[in-house]
Design a protein around this ligand. Structure first.
Ligand code: ADP
Length: 530
């Protein structure tokens, strides 16, 4: 504990000496004394005085004036002043002292016990104040550290986003090419052996895309960039589709795939069908991966119904390898696998369940697992969905239904894309719809071609050398010829980040096509713009 400096001011030296002698009994004090008020002011200015014991009656400057001087100076106004007086205990005297800024009185002749008790209590107060100041400083420092850490985290989040945007572009572009070529191969004449090779190639590129999507999904959710769509769709149809795919996928194993729907399950619901399917598929894929024989069963159960809102539990039960009890606790966390041998034997990244967990939370849902090692597992997920009356739902669903792919004879399309493989695939697709296609490798060359010929639609990659797609779009949108200026533009972007897609739209693109894309996506967008 620090020593508290106490100043004793009295014009009579014998009073100074006796008060000093008395106060020297206190702990943690350092006494300074003087008989001269001017000297006392100087001490208060120069030393760190905490308490001043001031005689009231003094020639030249009296005690009240002295305390007022202390209080009116910012350098000394913190000093706790106690008046020492022999004059009177009358109220007006007391008030005068308190008004000048004193906090207390001591009456002469001094009672030693009262004096020690009073000064002692002010010393304790000062120590408490010291502590408060120290705590305040610590708080200030930790607040500053927190602000700095938050800024650093924000910076890190931004660089992560940029990294993701680049990575998704760099990886998605070649995958898009590979998948396009695969579908061209599949449509051509192949020997049995070649068909098998293509099938393996397709599986490998799907796995690659799956891992990439998982990493992007988890990063998007963790940086709050994932938003759910709201769409009306037929839940039983979604489950039927899953059932169809599963009946093909389980063919290689002696597994019985069963579906059991609660009869109260609503027919049409409003939700994000892709994400709901992603959760169910993730569970089913795991069951398929970790089950050699027996069964996999998908069930729905209506847990609660309030007006149009249904709380539904989706569960996937299997007779697979099961999970040891000690591994269950963290199984929904990222990069967790039941044990190390799992990676060696079955592969996987440990991201699937973490994504399911986060997606379920986005839907205000909850995940759960029950499992017995060696016997099987049951993974489930509960969320609340709005049920839509079949008549309204039918209209909503029909609006979104795909039409048959028709040709676009002689529609003139300009492709600006630097990746040769993607150009090759786009040209192949567009020519199969009888379009008239020109290609350029960067924004600058695309602009030259655009000057020379009138196009019905421009397909523009966003990332290109020499001149980016965004820059080229801006130039087209400010062209002097109003007809040319309004040429429909679709950007073809490998980025999954919304703000990149938003940037393309802000520059003037009419639509954005994300890589890898399906022929139907491109066809639908062209049809809409024509
Ligand atoms: P991955 O399967 O890619 O490793 P997941 O997050 O999907 O990642 O699963 C994490 C772990 O949970 C798996 O590695 C496995 O140990 C365990 N697991 C998940 N589903 C099952 C299941 N149906 N049966 C047995 N173990 C499972």
């Amino acid at each position: 504990m620090r020593k508290v400096n106490i100043l004793i001011l009295d014009d009579r030296i014998e009073n100074v000496i006796s008060l000093s002698a008395l106060l020297s009994n206190l702990e943690h004090v350092n006494l300074l004394q003087t008989t001269n008020p001017h000297e006392a002011l100087r001490i208060c200015w120069k030393e760190d005085i905490s308490i001043a014991l001031v005689d009231v009656q003094m020639p030249d400057i009296n005690g009240f004036e002295f305390v007022s001087l202390l209080k009116n100076n910012p350098k000394t106004n913190h000093i706790v002043s106690i008046m020492v007086t022999a004059i009177s205990k009358e109220d007006h005297y007391l008030i005068k002292g308190l008004k000048s800024g004193a906090v207390d009185y001591l009456y002469k002749p001094l009672n030693p016990e009262i004096t020690l008790a009073k000064v002692g209590s002010y010393i304790r107060q000062i120590h408490i104040q010291d502590e408060i100041i120290q705590k305040n400083n610590e708080l200030k420092q930790s607040r500053e550290a927190l602000i700095k850490a938050k800024e650093e985290a924000e910076e890190a989040r931004k660089s992560k986003e940029i990294f993701l945007a680049n990575m998704s572009h760099e990886i998605r572009t070649p995958i898009n090419g590979i998948m396009g070529i695969i579908s061209m191969f599949k449509a051509s004449e192949l020997s049995r052996e070649q068909e098998d090779w293509v099938r393996r190639l397709e599986n490998a590129s799907h796995s690659l895309l799956h891992i990439l999507n998982d990493i992007l999904d988890i990063s998007k959710i963790d940086s709050n960039a994932m938003t759910l769509e709201e769409e009306v769709f037929q839940l039983s149809k979604l489950i039927e589709d899953i059932e169809k795919t599963m009946s093909i996928r389980v063919k290689n194993k002696p597994i019985n795939f069963q579906v059991e729907l609660d009869e109260n399950t609503p027919s049409y619901i409003k939700a994000d069908p892709l994400r709901l399917q992603q959760i169910i598929n993730n569970y089913i894929s795991n069951s398929l991966k970790f089950t050699e024989k027996g069964f996999i069963k998908l069930c729905t159960k209506v847990i609660e119904k309030k007006d149009n809102f249904y709380t539904i539990e989706f569960s996937i039960k299997d007779s697979g390898i099961g999970i040891a009890e000690e591994s269950l606790e963290n199984i929904f966390e990222a990069f967790q696998q039941a044990d190390n041998s799992i990676t060696k034997k079955y592969g996987g990244t440990g991201l699937g369940l973490a994504i399911v967990n986060r997606l379920a939370k986005l839907m205000d849902g909850q995940v759960d697992v029950k499992s017995k090692y060696g016997e099987g597992s049951e993974f489930s997920f509960t969320a609340t969905f709005e049920s839509i009356a079949p008549v309204d739902a039918q209209i909503a669903v029909e609006k979104g239904e795909e039409k048959e792919l028709e040709s676009f004879p002689n529609v003139k399309i300009l492709i600006a894309e630097d990746n040769e493989l993607n150009v090759f695939i786009l040209v192949h697709m567009l020519k199969s719809w009888q379009c008239d296609v020109d290609t350029e490798k960067n924004g600058y060359d695309a602009l030259q071609a655009f000057e020379k010929k009138n196009y019905d639609i421009i397909l523009m990659d966003t990332h290109m050398p020499i001149m980016s797609g965004i820059e080229a779009i801006k130039k087209i949108r400010t062209h002097k010829d109003p007809k040319k200026r309004s040429t429909p533009i679709i950007t073809v972007s490998a980025s999954v980040l919304e703000h990149e897609q938003e940037a393309a739209k802000q520059a003037g693109a009419d639509d954005v096509l994300s890589k890898p894309f399906h022929a139907n996506d491109l066809h639908g967008k062209i049809q809409r713009l024509l």
